[in-house]
Design a binder for this molecule. Structure first.
Ligand code: URA
Length: 433
């Protein structure tokens, strides 16, 4: 087999066989196929697309290109959730204890944040004492005992995706549905859960800016996951405005705790309940209305909050933080952003809000950058809210006083106003099962 022939075949619009796809992935990960040939194939895929059979084969080969996590000890109860990434997206922190309190087994490896979106592992690390690394046996034992363990990625999971994603990033081939599907789903398959719920974000702060593209991606991922033997659902959710009111690591953890206490409703609560409901539907096999009732009850009864305490303590964190938010690190400088006009907030550029938070120290511009856990933004007003001149739009939190000017400018330019109220927003657009 020659890589040249595979590139030509795809360039001409023909389908690759499973053997050909396996030859490409093995050769590329092993170093026998050079970057220039892999990038030519990615570009041919970008133009020509792939059939479902090709995407299944590519996903499967990538999933098995390195280590895989064996969650078979949990039978039908293992359940995972993946978000395509957004600003203020702390849903994992809310739904994980809800779902674990209802009998699901979540043994999850998560990533760190880069650019305008945060990572769950960084958020967890902002809880004093919380440990996010553990050996595999301890990780699985904890999930078995309390229903939840969440750590940063260890081992050599999906090396094919690491290498290909870096290549796509510099060859203008990221935005291809077959390549995104195989990238995300290979990681989910390697992570081992039987039940997978995807949160596909749509809007200015999302990877997918249009509804049509997000829906196509969601449908493709659900179909590929099912073909690979997993129970799947995907939600299309709004990311045209940051989710909830907090952006930044410890600020987001505190907001997640407020949701678990039943103190916060609105878009964040709705998205969390919808995601947790689909997870319960998949691992318990119950009807959506019944699952939703169980999820709401887990919050209202305090069961989910008790699970959060147990989870934090199990990973070395200080569970007292949950009832005493003053135990979280506080930023030295907190600057209110004041409105200079009357009107309604008609639109927020969520990506720009995320980058303002990163400037304050909440995110990384490069992988090696350190994070200021206490930095971030509390949004006082969001899209649709009425604003009077002199009202506080947001509070900027940082330990780096010098970052305030640029972050404030970025925040102001992210916020648009209108004289009339904009149309109501819908946090959850559609569920694909
Ligand atoms: N996120 C991923 O993990 N992979 C992609 O290809 C795009 C977004």
């Amino acid at each position: 087999m020659r890589m040249y022939d595979l590139i030509m075949k795809k360039r001409n619009g023909d389908s690759l066989t499973r053997e050909e796809i396996a030859f490409f992935i093995d050769g590329y990960v092993g170093g026998a196929i050079p970057d220039y040939q892999a990038s030519a194939l990615c570009m041919a895929i970008w133009f020509r697309g792939m059939s479902d059979d090709e995407i299944v084969a590519l996903t499967d080969c990538m999933a098995h290109s390195g280590d895989t996590v064996d969650l078979s000890r949990f039978g039908e109860l293992s359940v995972d959730k993946h978000s395509t990434g957004g600003v203020g997206d702390k849903t994992s922190l809310v739904i994980t204890p809800i779902v674990a309190s209802l009998g699901g087994k979540i043994a999850k490896m998560s990533g760190r944040g880069l650019g305008h979106t945060g990572g769950t592992v960084d958020k967890l690390e902002s809880i004093p004492g919380m440990q996010v690394s553990m050996d595999t046996e301890a990780f699985l034992r904890q999930a078995e005992e309390i229903g939840v363990a969440l750590i940063s990625q260890t081992g050599n999971l999906t090396p094919a995706d690491k290498k290909l994603y870096a290549l796509r990033d510099v060859t203008a081939t990221v935005d291809s549905i077959p390549l995104i599907t195989s990238s995300i789903m290979s990681k989910k398959l390697a992570a081992g859960s039987k039940n997978i719920v995807l949160d596909v974000k749509v809007g200015s702060g999302a990877f997918m800016k249009t509804y049509a593209d997000a829906k196509k991606l969601a449908q493709e991922m659900v179909s590929i996951g099912k073909s690979c033997g997993r129970n799947m659902a995907a939600l299309l959710t709004d990311m045209d405005c940051p989710l909830g009111h907090a952006v930044g690591n410890s600020l987001e953890v505190q907001e997640a705790i407020s949701v678990l206490k039943g103190d916060v409703k609105g878009d964040l609560y709705e998205v969390c309940v919808a995601l947790a409901t689909e997870m319960v539907v998949l691992f318990k096999g119950c009807m959506p209305a019944d699952a939703r009732e169980q999820v709401v009850d887990a919050v209202e009864s305090g069961k989910a909050l008790a699970k959060m305490r147990e989870w934090v303590a199990a990973q070395g964190g200080d569970p007292e933080c949950i009832d005493h938010p003053e135990r979280f690190q506080k930023a030295a400088h907190i600057l209110p952003v004041i409105s200079d006009r009357d009107g309604y907030i008609s639109h927020m550029n969520a990506e720009a809000v995320g980058s303002a938070a990163a400037i304050l120290g909440a995110g990384r511009l490069k992988k090696e950058d350190a994070i200021d856990y206490s930095a971030g933004i509390i949004l006082n007003k969001k899209t649709g809210d009425k604003v009077l001149r002199g009202d506080i739009l947001a509070y900027l939190h940082t330990n780096d006083e010098n970052s305030l000017k640029e972050a404030q400018e970025r925040y102001r330019s992210a916020t648009e106003f209108s004289a009339e109220p904009p149309a109501d927003r819908t946090p959850v657009y559609e569920i694909i099962r």
